[in-house]
Design a protein around this ligand. Structure first.
Ligand code: HEM
Length: 352
């Protein structure tokens, strides 16, 4: 069955309206009747997503069914996907983004901060058992430190602005109001776009350079069993499990960072360069979805990583400022690495 001109025009509007997730904007050329038609079709679509019975979606159900069955119309779009009026699974992705994806991302940041702050308060820091020796050992080169901050600073900004863009309207909208959400998005969007570039460069360099430190070893399992010796109570207290240059927790962080970092970079490129990538509507929505899931994992891990590096591990932070760590820190937290560089003569002490 061919669709009437009116219906075609209405469906073109529907495609644009749902694609950009804004309320149906009736173009000047679209009559009031067309606009009502669009709204009715959207209502039928929303009813279906909400799992309501076909009867609830009203008399336009036949039209909705035809569109779902692949009925084609004509639009002014010259995209190679212009004939694809609708995918029945797209609304689920839009709803997931507005619902649990935004909520879990918010929890991954604020929930993890609260959980870890409480943990540090109860557990206390992992102190250096023998105190500071005053002798410092080289751990990271200047290039490594530069790469770390090249990705870390943009990453923190990407987390904050990304959360504003994804959850701003859905999680914070009720107290920010529409103007507040709009202002937040206007600030967040350019920061998010521009920070993506140094993050991508830094992250890929880090993945390549640091992979050699993160090859799993047999003793990593034992490290997990005693939670790395970071718990100051019960059978875990005072334990110093074996660890190479990176401990098992850092290895887990590195590989999660590599897997979800590549996923966030790939999906981000689809969204950042739509002209060049030319994704279908479903591909765009899938990219948003993959981006959100990866952001949840990276945000949660980043909070833990920052807590570990700044407050939990006494003596660990200078590793990423001067590149040197106290010799007692190296012996306590990375004994296998320390023994290796001592034995093969590559150990470098800080002069003066
Ligand atoms: C204020 C924020 C941050 C601080 C203070 C910090 C601190 C540190 C320190 C001290 C190390 C060295 C650990 C060691 O020598 O064993 C390190 C390593 C690392 N950091 Fe950060 N970091 C921060 C943010 C980030 C962010 C946002 C990312 C993610 C993009 C990140 C990714 C990494 C990675 C992948 C490693 C190497 C882990 C390994 O391969 O062993 N850091 N960081």
């Amino acid at each position: 069955m061919r669709l009437s001109v009116t219906l075609r025009r209405a469906l073109a509007t529907l495609v644009l309206a749902t694609a950009f997730a804004v309320p149906a904007l009736a173009s000047e050329a679209t009559s009031e009747a067309d606009a009502q038609l669009v709204q009715s079709v959207m209502a039928a679509q929303a009813a279906e997503v909400a799992g309501e019975t076909p009867a609830a979606s009203g008399e336009l159900n036949p039209l909705w069914s035809e569109v779902k069955a692949g009925e084609t119309g004509r639009t002014t779009s010259d995209s190679r996907f212009h004939n694809n009026l609708i995918n029945t699974y797209d609304p689920n992705l839009i709803q997931a983004r507005a619902g649990w994806l935004s909520q879990v991302l918010t929890l991954a940041l604020f929930g993890m901060i609260v959980i870890f702050a409480l943990f540090v308060l109860v557990n206390g820091a992992a102190k250096l058992e023998k105190g500071f020796s005053g002798v410092e050992v080289l751990r990271w080169s200047k290039a490594d430190i530069f790469i770390h901050w090249l990705m870390a600073i943009p990453c923190i900004l990407l987390i904050l602005t990304g959360l504003s863009l994804m959850a701003g309207r859905f999680v914070f909208g009720s107290f920010l109001g529409p103007e507040g959400v709009g202002a937040l998005a206007a600030i967040a969007k350019p920061i998010h776009d521009y920070m993506a570039i140094p993050f991508i460069v830094g992250a890929i360099l880090a993945m390549i350079r640091w992979m050699k430190h993160n090859i799993p070893a047999a003793y990593d399992l034992k490290w997990f069993l005693v939670v790395g010796g970071y718990l100051n109570f019960g059978p875990f207290k005072g334990k110093h499990p074996d660890s190479g240059f990176s401990n098992a927790g850092e290895k887990l962080w590195f590989w999660s960072f590599t897997i979800f970092g590549l996923a966030i970079i790939g999906s981000g490129i689809v969204m950042l360069f739509p002209e060049q990538v030319d994704p279908s509507r479903t591909a765009s929505l899938t990219a948003i979805f993959i981006h959100g899931i990866s952001a949840i994992v990276l945000t949660g891990f980043t909070v833990v990583h920052i807590f570990m590096a700044t407050v939990l591990s006494e003596g660990g932070f200078p590793a990423m400022t001067s590149g040197y760590v106290d010799e007692n820190w190296a012996k306590q937290h990375h004994n296998v690495w320390y023994d290796e560089i001592k034995a093969d003569g590559t150990i470098q002490y800080k002069q003066g």
